[in-house]
Design a protein around this ligand. Structure first.
Ligand code: NAD
Ligand code: UDP
Length: 310
């Protein structure tokens, strides 16, 4: 049995990861400050004697004896990471330093939940791991993008300087049950608007693209990445099927049977125009991993979750 620390474990992705790790017979410490995470996401795990919940902020050091660390703590949606931009960058940078320090001391493997945002508004399409990105360092997204880029730097420096066993995954847009209903991300926004019969808010003309990965496919990639030997990444994880935001809106309307109308709102600044992962490296290094759940199937599961959300 391994003792595994999941920072940001009460969040959307973290809660699914905690569940998976417990199901595999591990002991899990879920650490969270509940900024965007919620106890309801992990309430069903609280009776498990191998699950431990810790209220803590990763910008402060944390000590425990652990074998593996998944570092997910960081608000992930533009609304939440821009709410307190300085705190966001502190969370990425100081959180990485604190968790890498813990990994160094305990000789734990540590995985960083990085992001496709490190590619910024990419000039190379689809994005491969060797692309250095096109990021505005002073824009409204930079607290998140540059924080995550700096965390990748820190991970690699702890690896080179101190031999810490690091793993970096770059996560592309991921959706599924337990997304925060008010975090403004496109999938949750559209589903909630459609279920409530409200207008569907497409930003810009809806021609910008994203590639949507269902959360179970991401969790599988994370667990496989942690198990790799002599591979630090970074490795992309995402679903390469690319859709325009307008296509997504139309799909959600169809699948919910909603009477909602599409309306257009201004495009936020620095909003990437296209995004699609190249997952060749993930397939090669993660034992043939590839996404199993395509958009319609994943949307149906997510719609079901929001229908029952109270
Ligand atoms: P989320 O907001 O649901 O989860 C983040 C969790 O971190 C929350 O539970 C939050 O309370 C916690 N947290 C935030 N700041 C903290 C701090 N200072 N100390 C302790 N806990 C803190 O978001 P998510 O979608 O589950 O994202 C999880 C990770 O994956 C994040 O690091 C995010 O950057 C990364 N990621 C997610 C996506 C995606 O599409 N969901 C894409 C790329 C990267
Ligand atoms: N978006 C939209 N309507 C919404 C929320 C988002 O059109 O109600 C757009 C947003 O401008 C972006 C895309 O959907 O082009 C994905 O947005 P999200 O915030 O989910 O993720 P990110 O921009 O970080 O990829």
């Amino acid at each position: 049995m391994k003792r595994i620390l999941v920072t940001g474990g009460a969040g959307f992705v973290g809660s699914h990861l905690c569940e998976r790790l417990l199901n595999e017979g591990n002991e899990v410490i879920c650490l969270d400050n509940y900024f965007t995470g919620e106890k309801r996401n992990i309430a069903h795990l609280l009776d498990n004697p191998y699950f431990e919940l810790v209220r803590h902020d990763v910008t402060m050091p944390y000590f425990a004896e652990v074998d593996e660390i998944y570092n997910l703590a960081c608000p992930a949606s533009p609304i939440h990471y821009q709410f307190n931009a300085i705190k966001t960058i502190k969370t990425s940078v100081m959180g990485a330093i604190n968790m890498l320090g813990l990994a160094k001391r305990t000789k734990a493997k540590i995985l960083q939940a990085s992001t496709s945002e490190v590619y910024g508004d990419p000039k190379v399409h689809p994005q491969k791991e060797d692309y250095w990105g096109h990021v505005n360092p002073i824009g409204i997204r930079s607290c998140y993008d540059e924080g995550k880029r700096c965390a990748e730097t820190l991970f690699n420096d702890y690896h080179r300087q101190n031999g810490v066993d690091i793993k970096i995954i770059r996560i592309f847009n991921t959706y599924g049950p337990r997304m925060h209903p008010n975090d403004g991300r496109v999938v949750s926004n559209f589903i909630i608007q459609a279920l409530n019969g409200e207008d569907i808010t497409v930003y810009g003309d809806g021609s910008q693209t994203r590639s949507f990965q269902y959360v179970d496919d991401l969790v599988e990639a994370m667990v496989r990445m942690m198990a790799t030997e002599n591979f630090t990444g970074p490795v992309n994880t995402g679903n390469p099927n690319e859709f325009t935001i307008l296509e997504l809106a139309q799909k959600v309307i169809k699948l919910t049977g909603s009477t909602s109308k599409i309306i257009y709102k201004p495009l936020p600044s620095d909003d990437p125009t296209q995004r699609q992962p190249d997952i060749t490296l993930a397939k090669e290094k993660l034992g043939g991993w590839e996404p199993k759940i395509q958009l319609e199937e994943g949307l149906i599961k997510t719609i079901e979750y929001f229908k029952n959300f109270k």
